[in-house]
Design a binder for this molecule. Structure first.
Ligand code: C5P
Length: 219
């Protein structure tokens, strides 16, 4: 039998990764954070002083880049733990430029499809249900108002002792959504057959329940 796929797409800071990881845990699936893969590529480009607009050089770099995701949300780039480094503002500010390049998308998509061949997966991102795994068993489009998303990211940063400013966060989230939604290759867009889950007024547990119900309902 073919492995099962739950695709969770949506705008920045909608809570996708928190929810996707928990749902994966509950179902015994492997969690794949595709945003972390784009972030890792961006971090490496920045570290090597490669211009984020320089698709050709990034493409070459990517050919000998290893990215490993673990089920407890750790990210390894060429063997080094970059779990925290890929969340830095400088990476968030440049990731949309890197992820707009067709070669980068094609290569990461190839790797993402590979994961889904061997394991049941919960995969979160921007284009999983539309482009990477359009035959996914379940497609969720997770959103929340930009105010709620900014506030959650703000609270999360405070908990992790990362200084930040609410208004700046809101602007960064809006800019990233705008860039991700308007790029030429596989932009952020709801798949026609995706179920929308608006998390603005829901707790984490309520969102998890909603998704588990969708999955159980379809069995
Ligand atoms: O999910 P996260 O916010 O960490 O994603 C970081 C960035 O990676 C997004 O803003 C987007 O530019 C890119 N991305 C993408 N396609 C995906 C996942 C993420 O283009 N499937």
């Amino acid at each position: 039998v073919r492995s099962k796929v739950i695709a969770i797409d949506g705008p920045a800071a909608a809570g996708k990764s928190t929810i996707a990881q928990k749902v994966a845990q509950m179902l015994g699936y492997v969690y794949i954070d595709t945003g972390a893969m784009y972030r890792a590529v961006t971090l490496k480009a920045l570290n090597q002083n490669i211009d984020v607009e320089d698709e050709e050089t990034i493409a070459k770099m990517l050919q000998d880049t290893s990215i490993r995701l673990t089920n407890d949300k750790k990210v390894f780039l060429d063997g080094e733990d970059v779990t925290d480094a890929i969340r830095q503002p400088i990476v968030s500010q440049n990731v949309s430029a890197v992820s707009a390049h067709k070669f980068v998308r094609d290569e990461l998509k190839r790797r993402q499809i590979e994961y889904a061949k061997t394991d049941n997966v919960v995969m979160d991102g921007r284009d999983i249900g539309t482009n990477v795994l359009p035959d996914a068993d379940y497609k969720i489009f997770m959103t929340a108002s930009v105010e709620v998303r900014a506030q959650r990211r703000y609270d999360e940063n405070l908990r992790r002792n990362i200084p930040c400013d609410l208004e700046t966060l809101k602007q960064e989230i809006q800019t990233r959504d705008e860039l991700d939604s308007t790029r030429k290759h596989s932009p952020l867009i709801k798949a026609e057959d995706a179920i929308v889950v608006d998390t603005s007024d829901l707790t984490i547990d309520e969102v998890i329940d909603a998704i588990i119900n969708i999955v159980k309902g379809g069995e």
